[in-house]
Design a protein around this ligand. Structure first.
Ligand code: CAA
Ligand code: FAD
Length: 379
């Protein structure tokens, strides 16, 4: 067992840290306040290779391992989770799904541009009436010979108004249950594709979360990913990797809040000494540090298993379940360590606290992670 990061992994971590400090930190409070999508910053993330990190270089990707991806996600999420969720969806849902299951033509046409960040992608599974219970979706993709006729509504789609390519999961044959579902690549310009309202959110307020409507939208057969009826398995398989990204996001939110709390505890004095000299504060910092280290180990283990081509579905669910709880606990305590200053925007921890909550909801709620874990344990 080797806990040492390689030189390449350390370089990726340092590059992500520098980018987050220099390009994401300035303006992050404003983007959160005014719900501004970090478009320029994401463009730069593409130039730096953060939008297609694990994609094979022959498709313009970085050819990096999942461990490097976790390290970069952590650093970027310390500062701006609206940027990191766009990165996570593009890398681990859209690019990974296309690279693993797409045809050569699909990779040439879409993956090559997604991997550089020239365009970004979105992953469309959830619906108004079907989130956790993903097989009961109502969007239909009727088989019309050489195309699918798609009708329905998707909800909560990250990168909803910024993406150019959307992976849409839809029901072709209801009788067949989850074996009747297909995954389709949909271009934004397709006739009948409508971007719906933008959600006003508690956290990740810079991320553009939209509903999408499909009205008699024709999607060519060659845009189906995998065999007929593979769509639900595609979504589940892809989400296993996506959950590593969100676990790493939660880890970054927690470690960002911890670093701010630690720094503040050395600056603030009360009753004649630094507040960290009061054991109540020192113990909070000790708990945070321990829980963050545990979350980091779970994230890296899941990433390592994926890199070793071993089954990582349980490990990624555990990492997401645990890291998202740590993000919640740590950010609440980081606000407490800051006292009244923690409650105002300038000190950043209140934003991190609001951003933490989504990590327990998207890409499978904490309850769903427990279903995934318990089914693995019990099978
Ligand atoms: N990995 C691989 N395959 C899986 C899987 C996993 N983690 N979980 C289920 N499957 C497969 C099963 O093996 C089964 O396939 P076969 O029949 O071919 O063997 C098939 O999926 C159906 O499985 P179940 O009978 O267990 O299905 P279910 O209806 O009981 O649901 C569930 C299982 C785990 C609850 C699933 O519905 C689920 O994960 N729900 C949560 C949905 C979700 O995570 N949505 C996220 C949307 S994307 C997003 O949120 C992005 C973002 O915010 C940024
Ligand atoms: P529900 O499924 O209705 O769940 C409500 C509550 O019931 C939850 O606490 C849940 O855990 C619990 N529950 C449900 N079923 C069970 C069960 N069997 N056992 C125990 N408890 C259960 N989706 C996408 O497809 N693409 C995206 O890009 C995307 N981005 C998102 C961005 C944001 C900001 C948000 C808020 C959501 C996003 N989602 C996206 C949707 C997200 O994945 C769903 O919200 C999530 O899966 C939960 O579904 P739901 O909201 O319908 O809640």
């Amino acid at each position: 067992m080797d806990f040492q990061l390689t030189e390449e992994q350390l370089a990726v971590q340092a590059a992500a840290r520098d980018f987050a400090q220099n390009d994401l930190l300035p303006g992050v409070i404003e983007r959160d306040t005014y719900e501004k999508f970090p478009a320029e910053q994401i463009k730069k993330m593409g130039e730096l290779g953060f939008m297609g990190m694990m994609v094979d270089p022959k498709y313009n990707g970085g050819g990096m391992d999942t461990v490097s991806y976790v390290l970069a996600m952590e650093e970027i999420s310390k500062i701006d989770s609206s940027a990191s969720v766009a990165m996570s969806v593009n890398n681990s849902l859209v690019c990974w799904g296309l690279e693993k299951y797409g045809t050569e033509e699909q990779k040439e046409k879409y993956l090559k541009r997604l991997a550089t960040g020239e365009i970004i992608g979105a992953f469309c599974l959830s619906e108004p009436e079907a989130g956790s219970d993903a097989t009961s979706q109502r969007t239909t993709a009727e088989d019309k010979g050489d195309y699918y006729l798609v009708n329905g509504t998707k909800n909560w789609i990250t990168n909803g108004n910024s993406a150019s390519v959307y992976l849409v999961i839809a029901q072709t044959d209801k009788e067949k249950g989850h074996k009747g579902i297909n995954a389709l690549i949909v271009e934004r310009e397709t006739e009948g594709f409508v971007v719906g309202k933008k959600e006003e959110k508690l956290g990740i307020r810079g991320s553009d979360t939209h509903s999408l409507m499909f009205q008699d939208m024709k999607v060519p057969k060659e845009n189906r990913i995998g065999e007929d009826g593979f769509g639900f398995n595609f979504a589940m398989s892809t989400l296993n990797g996506g959950r590593i990204g969100i676990a790493a996001q939660a880890l970054g939110i927690a470690s960002g809040a911890y670093e701010l709390a630690l720094k503040y505890s050395k600056e603030r004095k009360a009753f004649g000494k630094e507040i960290n000299q009061h054991q109540a504060i020192a113990f909070k910092l000790a708990d945070m540090a321990t829980q963050i280290e545990t979350a980091r180990l779970l994230c890296l283990k899941a990433a390592w298993l994926k890199d070793q081509k071993q089954d990582f579905s349980q490990a990624s669910a555990m990492a997401k379940l645990y890291a998202s709880q740590v993000a919640m606990d740590t950010t609440v305590e980081a606000v407490q360590v800051h006292g009244g200053y923690g409650f105002v925007k300038e000190y950043h921890v209140e934003r991190l606290m609001r951003d933490a909550k989504i990590t327990q909801i998207y890409e499978g709620t904490s309850e769903i992670q427990k279903i995934v874990i318990s089914r693995n344990i019990l099978k």
